[in-house]
Write a protein that binds this ligand. Structure first.
Ligand code: 3HC
Ligand code: NAI
Length: 692
């Protein structure tokens, strides 16, 4: 049962009941049509109310059905809306909480709409790379006007119901019980004829051509690689330039085209991947959680400060511990300056500024943090330092406190072993800048308690991060994969490419930043430090020494005014460096490699497929729970192009056989050992399957 039918006196009430958000899947659509038919056939019924059970009126078409036969099976949403609009008795939509996409389109097909205050009203299809495909682009402008409809449809941003009260979208805002209000409204309009239909209204906008042209220009400039926003403008334009039925047909054609685009498939993948990442099979919903009301952070450096800000932003008090007064003051000063900058940009009010700064206090005494519900360690990346901190935490922290480490490469199980309470220890790997980046890798140790994991996942949501669970391994999901990407970038320099060519090729593919610009931004010395440690432990791993030579020249990146590129004072723009390029060319000669012309395609394939192969290995080892988790890590932490859906999804769309074939080709070149397909990749390719 996906919609319930009840008769209340002379009003029939159809209640959508398809948890979690009353998505309009095939069964729900069928139930709506049968409910409306039943109500029409019942002479005692004078009006029909459609509402939603649970947490939404409706979140729209069932996205899981897209590209499946069910999406097009009758009754389609078009048919449902037709049945509703042509019903011989008034149909009233009673909206609360959420009316989005097809849900709002259904409401627009009703003769009347009443709503509770605070309901989120949106046509968010553009965020999934499509446009409203069930009349939304034709009906919304008829009730809220051309300009507002265009803004809502192109941005997909929700608007609160009370803000739309002055438009023709709502006939009444109901205070108090929505069902009571809707029933009363239905009785009031039961006898009114003719039944009002949104389709019969006209979009009144005298100088619409100029406005539409302006919109096309602005949207084109902002849409990047996504085709949907401009198509949204074209569809909305049809609401003024075409007759209603022609506009509907035009909208449908654009919708069907967009559903098939790789960009839309990638966005839909990302939507579900984000939600899937929150689910841990052996830690089901309802797992007991610990109460987190206060936080402590150890270390007020680059990461500690940013981590503390996340909690203050969520209204949770934070104490930061440092060993030296000077370091503490410096850290707190940086936090204050960051907030001041946000305030200067007009993104933070004075009140909020004071509130947030006031929530972060400093200390040099462990006694002051002993009662914190969670402590996050962000001290130097050195096992000795981590050991002394965790032994101390074990000694002082109250029983039940969660002990988290922000380590980016060290063994969380070993860290847990420094305590007598390994079940309380977990990794929380934030990304720099920690107050900005969405990704939080949550590292589950061998002994991490399920309640600790569930609590940390919930906390990540509270501080608006995308939490992705990783098992323990060197570099966890993201950095372990990026190591392979960086190795290929280095080899490409030795074989004939220069930093600018590599960066440009990868940026053209869609990455926010190529590896060398990224290195200059983050600091090349960080990787240098890690390589010195890591490659002593793993002498069998080959890598290009160009990055080491660069650091030996003192070129750490933007912070030293020079890195892979030259920089001018006060300017972050990278200028190709003759000195560095000469160093690279000389290095090729020194190691006896004849430089050759390398195509952009080879650059992109070698960097991206290196990620894919390591991702497959990570998946097989169970470090990541699912391929889509790996995609989330790359989309939210590494600037992987959203319109390509993440490395694993991208590999699926290229075809895993093609990926393996390209790898076999590169295996014949230098360092061919890096191109041995991971067993899982080889197996899936052979079986014609995909990761996702
Ligand atoms: N179809 C199928 N499942 C949906 C869905 C939809 N339209 N919208 C949400 N869900 C599912 C989610 O996958 C999630 O499932 P899970 O619990 O199994 O992981 C669950 O509903 C809850 O979602 P959220 O975690 O996002 O819950 P929130 O309360 O934070 O948000 C929401 C609710 C605002 C409805 C949000 O889910 C959302 O923005 N959904 C997408 C809405 C949308 O894009 N609608 C347009 C669909 S396309 C369309 O209608 C085409 C039409 O024009 C023809
Ligand atoms: P940082 O050097 O900027 O800050 C470390 C801070 O810890 C310093 O202020 C130092 O005074 C303090 N400190 C050192 N030992 C201490 C102790 N025993 N007690 C209290 N305070 C102590 O380092 P950063 O970059 O903030 O890194 C911290 C941790 O975060 C490391 O484990 C690092 O690997 C990890 N990390 C760093 C990222 C980055 O981009 N910088 C990204 C993700 C994780």
């Amino acid at each position: 049962m996906t919609a319930e039918y009840q008769v209340n006196g002379d009003v029939a009430v159809i209640t959508l009941n398809n948890p979690p958000v009353n998505g309009l899947g095939h069964a729900t659509r069928t139930a709506i049509v049968s409910g409306v038919m039943k109500a029409i056939d019942d002479p005692a019924v004078k009006a029909i109310v459609i509402t939603g059970a649970g947490r939404a009126f409706s979140g729209g078409a069932d996205i899981k059905e897209f590209n499946s036969p069910k999406a097009l099976a009758e009754p389609t949403l078009h048919t449902v809306i037709n049945v509703v609009e042509n019903a011989s008795k008034p149909v009233i939509a009673a909206i609360h909480s959420v009316a989005m996409g097809g849900g709002l389109e259904l409401a627009l097909g009703c003769h009347y709409r009443v709503a509770s205050a605070g309901a989120q009203i949106a046509l968010p299809e553009v965020k999934l790379g499509i446009l409203p495909g069930a009349g939304g682009t034709q009906r919304l402008p008829r009730v809220v006007g051309l300009e507002m409809a265009l803004n809502m449809i192109v941005s997909g941003t929700p608007v609160a119901s009370e803000k739309l009260l002055k438009t023709r979208l709502f006939d009444q805002l109901v205070d108090g019980d929505l069902n009571e209000g809707a029933l009363a409204f239905a009785r009031k309009v039961a006898a009114v004829r003719p039944l009002p239909k949104v389709r019969d209204l006209k979009v009144d906008y005298p100088n619409y051509e100029a406005f539409l042209q302006f919109s096309r220009n602005t949207v084109k400039a902002m849409a990047g690689p996504f085709p949907a926003p401009l198509k949204c403008v074209e569809a909305v334009a049809a609401s003024v330039t075409m007759k209603f039925d022609e506009g509907l047909k035009f909208e449908r054609e654009l919708f069907l085209d967009l559903v098939q685009t790789p960009e839309s498939k990638a966005l839909r993948h990302a939507f579900f991947a984000e939600r899937a990442a929150g689910k841990i099979p052996d830690v089901p919903e309802g797992t007991p959680m610990r109460d987190i009301k206060s936080v402590a952070v150890i270390g007020a450096g680059t990461m500690g400060g940013g981590i503390a800000m996340n909690f203050a932003n969520a209204g949770i008090p934070v104490k930061i511990l440092e060993m030296k007064q000077e370091a503490l003051e410096k850290g707190l000063g940086t936090i204050r300056k960051n907030y001041e900058n946000t305030m200067k940009k007009g993104k933070l009010t004075q009140d909020k500024f004071e509130q947030r700064v006031g929530l972060i206090t400093g200390t040099m005494s462990y006694d002051d943090i002993a009662q914190a519900d969670i402590v996050i360690e962000a001290v130097f990346e050195d096992m000795g330092v981590k050991e002394s901190v965790f032994r101390k935490l074990d000694e002082v922290m109250k029983p039940g406190a969660i002990l988290a480490s922000n380590t980016s490469t060290l063994d969380v199980d070993k860290i847990a072993g420094f305590t007598k309470r390994p079940q309380d220890v977990i990794g929380t790997h934030f990304f720099s800048p920690a107050n900005v980046m969405k990704l939080l890798e949550i590292v589950r140790g061998a002994k991490t308690g399920k309640d600790v994991l569930a609590t940390t996942m919930a906390l990540s949501k509270k501080i608006k991060k995308t939490g992705v669970v990783s098992g323990v391994c060197d570099g966890f999901i993201g950095n372990r994969m990026i190591e392979q990407y960086s190795r290929q970038a280095g080899f490409l320099l030795e074989e004939g490419a220069l930093p600018e060519q590599v960066d440009k090729a990868v940026e053209k593919f869609g990455f926010a930043m190529g590896p060398f610009r990224m290195g200059d931004l983050a600091g090349n010395d960080i990787g240098w430090y890690i390589r010195k440690r890591r490659y002593v432990e793993k002498p069998q791993v080959t890598y290009s020494k160009t990055a080491d030579l660069l650091c030996e020249m003192g070129r750490y990146g933007q912070k030293t005014g020079a890195g892979w590129y030259d920089y001018k004072a006060g300017d972050r723009k990278p200028y190709p460096s003759q000195l560095v390029n000469d160093m690279i060319i000389k290095h090729s000669a020194d190691i006896g490699v004849e430089r050759r012309k390398i195509s952009d395609q080879e650059i992109v394939e070698r960097l991206v497929f290196a990620l894919v192969n390591e991702g497959a290995q990570i998946l097989e080892e169970g470090i990541a729970m699912r391929a889509s988790d790996i995609d989330m890590v790359y989309l939210t932490g590494y600037g992987f192009p959203v319109f390509r859906g993440g490395p694993m999804f991208y590999a699926d769309s290229v075809g895993l056989t093609n990926v393996v074939m390209a790898m076999q080709k590169y295996a014949k070149g230098r360092h061919g050992e890096a191109w041995k397909p991971a067993p899982l990749l080889a197996k899936l390719a052979a079986e014609g399957k995909t990761f996702n």
